[in-house]
Design a protein around this ligand. Structure first.
Ligand code: PEP
Ligand code: MG
Length: 323
């Protein structure tokens, strides 16, 4: 499949109406990095850091993590890498963390909630990231932020670790950008200050959709029940796009839906300018975007939303077939 899109690999993703859409890739292993070249991704929009924790029987050492993160940055060269801090709990359980039985793990003690309650591991991870960066830019993103305060608290840990590194005489990142994943509907309605304070925001559509429709992403019986192009969900996406536009906050989308060409097209039409996806999706998504007229798609979506349909998908598919 990569082969099929090789001819557009180096082509910048610009739609027919001249809109630049940045296409990044998701990764989680050192072995994913060669895909940066083979897929033509412009960077790593989401580096999931769970695997190094999940594949061991104890917490990895700071030095180990720092050297792995450094190798990731080396492999990425000039392309940016957005590291997401540990997102455990729910579907990703650490074998060595005492399993706390929770009736609803997806709604439970997970991700940033663990990080802020038991700060040791998160601080160690931040130190590893700062050391790995060694004079290069650093992008850190916190998962599963459900209210502004969690982001501010998490960010304060970065600042503290930064000062600590400085006082130890270690070299600091050349620049530091601290962002949040938007994975709960609550954050679309967060105080304006959240959007002002976050250096960037990335929509985690896998979780956002599961919480918006109250449909477990792990449950085969319900997980495909609600269309991503459902008008209710698109209204939520539109809200987030608007909130970020008000404050000039950089926004991306990094859930699986970003890698589905029709969804990606609709997101771009709704104002998303950065999509992060599995490497194999970059070719197909770029292919549809290079031939897209976003104002036309925006109009098709607007008409379908007005018409009382549940999903804009049939209208968008009709439009694509008619071109
Ligand atoms: C998401 O929730 O969309 C996401 C990108 O994170 P994860 O799939 O790792 O929960
Ligand atoms: Mg998530």
């Amino acid at each position: 499949a990569q082969q099929r899109y090789a001819s557009i690999r180096e082509t910048p993703c610009v739609t027919l109406d001249g809109t630049r859409v940045e296409l990044m890739m998701n990764a989680g292993l050192m072995a994913d990095l060669p895909s940066l070249v083979s897929s033509g991704a412009e960077g790593v929009g989401l580096f999931r850091t769970e695997l190094q924790f999940l594949t061991r029987n104890k917490v990895p050492k700071r030095g180990e993590l720092a050297s792995l993160y450094a190798r990731v940055l080396d492999a990425a060269g000039d392309k940016p890498v957005v590291f997401r801090t540990l997102d455990i709990g729910s579907d990703k359980v650490l074998p060595y963390m005492k399993a706390t039985e929770e009736p609803n793990p997806a709604l439970g003690w997970r991700a940033i909630r663990v990080g802020l309650d038991k700060t040791g591991v998160m601080r160690m991870q931040l130190q590893a990231l700062l050391r790995a960066t060694n004079g290069r830019p650093l992008h850190v993103m916190f998962p599963f932020i459900a209210q502004m305060e969690e982001f501010l608290e998490a960010r304060a840990h970065v600042t503290k670790e930064l000062h600590r590194e400085q006082s130890l005489g270690h070299s600091l990142p050349s620049s530091l950008r601290i962002g949040a994943m938007l994975e709960t509907p609550s954050m679309a309605f967060a105080p304006r200050r959240f959007f002002e304070e976050a250096d960037f925001i990335s929509i985690g559509g896998n979780d956002l959709k599961q919480f918006f429709f109250a449909a477990d992403r792990e449950n085969e019986r319900v997980r495909r029940r609600y269309d991503t192009l459902n008008v209710s969900y698109l209204s939520l996406i539109e809200k987030i796009v608007d909130r970020c536009a008000e404050t000039g906050t950089q926004l991306s989308f990094c859930g699986e839906d970003a890698g589905r060409p029709v969804e990606a097209l609709c997101f771009a039409a709704m104002g998303l300018r950065c999509l992060s996806m599995r490497p194999a999706s970059i070719g197909p998504v770029k292919h549809i975007l290079l031939r897209a007229n976003l104002p036309e798609v925006r109009e098709v979506i607007a008409v379908a939303r007005e018409s009382g349909e549940q999903s804009v998908r049939p209208a968008v598919m009709d439009y694509l077939r008619s071109r």
